[in-house]
Design a protein around this ligand. Structure first.
Ligand code: IPD
Ligand code: CA
Ligand code: CA
Ligand code: CA
Length: 287
């Protein structure tokens, strides 16, 4: 795919994320219509569902080409993986086809509680390689963009990761996540204990993508989470890599987007140090 084509997809994803973000902003201080999914900590609002539909419809509209001959439509990109569509029964089938990967609101709990770290995430994969990523945080007014080989930006300004290579001086983002399974929680808190013990400090923003873009811009140095899904870190992953960061499987080696776990850091060296510090790597059920 040419640089110009990638730029076009990035531009589209940016416009669509901005429009979706307006809907999130509009709803942010209003009362929410709320449901739970797998347990009492796994929330979805009408806005999550509406925003996902809006994003998919806008992308379909943009990339459907009208054939003048027979008035039929051909979709340029017809594959979508979206959190709320999957929740509605669509299986996560990630193929080599160009695929839009969407988290309509990352940080739904923040959204419900009026905590501003909430964002719209749109990523594009081609042959299972992430090529475009957009993370838009409408309340913070931060638009993060990244495209393969073309750098990472926040509101148009180039961003890069910190130069931190010493774990003892590093700030690490961690998340409790939404699983309430005892065994998962026990293992997570063992990890939490070790990370607090061996680093300068830990932080939790309540949004996987916000954690990642903050590492991408040097506000904090690493992030590790077990239990997330491809839509939580696909878009922000492009931004992190383009900002000079590293994204690996927490146990080391290349990241697997369907393994439901990720470790990212300002550099490969810091990622490797954090990976070896973690006392046990939780095996999650795959997407
Ligand atoms: C969640 C957030 C949260 C992370 C969870 C995600 P959602 O996404 O990113 O920070 O800990 O693993 O599921 O449900 O708000 O889109
Ligand atoms: Ca969710
Ligand atoms: Ca999410
Ligand atoms: Ca979500």
């Amino acid at each position: 795919m040419s640089t110009a084509e990638i730029q076009d997809y990035l531009k589209t994803a940016t416009v669509v994320a901005k429009e979706a973000g307006e809907v999130v902003r509009e709803a942010f201080y209003k009362e929410k219509s709320l449901q739970t999914k797998s347990n009492y900590a796994d929330l979805v609002t009408e806005t999550d569902q509406a925003v996902e539909k809006q994003i998919i419809n806008s992308l379909k509209e943009k990339y459907q080409l009208t054939s003048e001959d027979n008035n039929q439509y051909e979709a340029d990109i017809s594959q979508f993986i979206g959190e709320e569509s999957v929740a509605g029964g669509h299986k996560t089938e990630w193929t080599d086809d160009p695929t839009w990967i969407i988290d309509p609101i990352d940080g739904t709990t923040n959204f419900v509680h009026q905590i501003p770290h909430t964002c719209v995430c749109i990523g594009l994969s081609i042959k299972k390689q992430m090529v475009v990523g957009v993370v838009y945080a409408p309340i913070l007014n931060e638009m993060y963009t990244g495209a393969k080989g073309q750098g990472a930006f926040c509101n148009g300004e180039r961003i890069s990761t910190s130069q931190q290579n010493d774990l003892k001086q590093a700030i690490i983002y961690l998340e409790g996540g939404s699983s309430r399974e005892q065994d998962v929680l026990r293992r997570k808190f063992n990890i939490y204990h070790k990370v607090v013990e061996t680093t300068r400090g830990t932080r939790t923003l309540g949004s996987a993508a916000m954690n990642m873009v903050n590492v991408a811009k040097g506000s904090g140095d690493a992030y590790v989470e077990y239990g997330l899904h491809i839509w939580d870190f696909a878009a922000s992953g492009v931004i992190l890599i383009e900002a000079g960061g590293a994204m690996i499987d927490p146990a080391g080696g290349p990241v697997d987007f369907l393994s439901r776990r990720v470790l990212c850091a300002s550099s490969q060296s810091l990622a490797d140090q954090l990976s070896t510090t973690i006392p046990e790597h939780i095996e999650m059920e795959r997407d």
